[in-house]
Design a protein around this ligand. Structure first.
Ligand SMILES: Nc1nc2c(ncn2[C@@H]2O[C@H](COP(=O)(O)OP(=O)(O)O)[C@@H](O)[C@H]2O)c(=O)[nH]1
Ligand SMILES: [Mg+2]
Length: 308
């Protein structure tokens, strides 16, 4: 592979491995092609990308089913889907965590189609998806979106006496849909209302639920960190041996407890065989440490990989 590719090239090609839908893969490949510098050294790479694109486009299915209409284009480091009953505050939550301006109303069914928006968390973006009310009768595409997500934010209206039953009902729906090993954060919304505290007390012993007010922005800043923690991800910055400072603009996002070799593989296949050693830097110390392939990353590590 040519060595003078822009750093985003590697960050974006990493996403290709995780892309699930055809549309996503095509969009990623088109982006890669667009940012590939056009010169002799990259001709083979350009050809390879174009071939892959042609193959994928040849296989593109006709959008006839309703599900495919509402598949969400993945963006950012990870994707979280917001679920809950009508009027629980899903759209208000999306607006509170992102710059989205989704319609909020006191009558149900305002949100009919899934709506994605980006939540900035420190130096990464997490995609949140607002959805229509969740019931046993929700359309199959909603189930599909939930299954494809990296985690769920389940939101309940704490001011309603039925909140205990609502939580039980949601758990039943998840069970029926066989969504059993998803990461889920339970949120009790509208804690600003008087009734909510009483209801929270009633259900608090039975369920672990985080109380917030999406409208009055109570508990919203802490929630961003809890969403990050729920995802069990870490950020790693790379530093090129011949550059004075790391690339803080494009952190690699990896699963917690990932080994150094996982990152090397993501950057380039050849890194595995060519790997010699790596220098590990920490944000708060100047002196690097030499580490090997099996080093287990921690959040915000800075790594400089040396090859043969
Ligand atoms: N008091 C109070 N009202 C809220 C809160 N969050 C949302 N609401 C109101 O609840 C209603 C439904 O909110 P919405 O976000 O549209 O719910 P959705 O149907 O789940 O998307 C709206 O009138 C909101 O203003 C909150 O934290 N406190
Ligand atoms: Mg809504």
């Amino acid at each position: 592979m040519p060595t003078n590719l822009p750093p985003q090239f590697y960050t974006i090609s990493e996403k290709l491995k995780e892309a699930k839908t055809l549309e996503e893969k095509i969009s990623i490949l088109e982006t890669l092609l667009a940012i590939t510098p056009k010169h002799k050294g990259t001709q083979k790479l350009q050809r390879d990308i174009k071939t892959k694109l042609a193959k994928l486009k040849g296989r593109k299915p006709k959008k006839t089913k309703r599900e495919t209409l509402y598949s969400i284009q993945r963006e950012g480091a990870r994707q979280i889907v917001i679920i809950g009953r009508a009027n629980s505050g899903k759209s208000t939550l999306l607006n509170a965590l992102t710059r989205a301006k989704t319609k909020v109303a006191s009558y149900p069914f305002t949100t009919q189609i899934p709506k994605p928006a980006m939540m900035p968390y420190e130096d990464i973006l997490i995609q949140l998806v607002d959805t229509p009310p969740l019931t046993e009768k929700s359309p199959p595409w909603l189930k599909g979106i939930m299954k494809e997500s990296d985690g769920l934010l389940a939101i309940f209206d704490l001011s309603k006496d039925s909140v205990g039953g609502d939580i039980k009902n949601l758990k039943e729906i998840l069970n029926n849909w066989r969504i059993t090993n998803k990461k889920i954060l339970f949120l009790g919304n509208k804690i600003d209302l008087e009734k909510s505290a009483i209801n929270l007390q009633k259900i608090g012993a039975q369920y672990k639920i985080k109380a917030v007010s999406c409208l009055k922005k109570i508990g919203i800043e802490e929630l961003k960190k809890e969403i990050f923690d729920l995802l069990e991800i870490i950020r790693v910055y790379t530093k090129s041996p011949n550059k004075p400072s790391p690339d803080f603009e494009h952190p690699f996002v990896l699963k917690k407890n990932s080994q150094l070799i996982t990152l090397a593989n993501q950057i380039h296949q050849d890194f595995t065989s060519a790997f010699k050693f790596a220098k590990l830097f920490k944000l708060n110390s100047k002196k690097p440490r030499i580490v090997g392939k099996d080093y287990i990353f921690q959040d915000k590590d800075i790594i400089e990989i040396h090859t043969r």
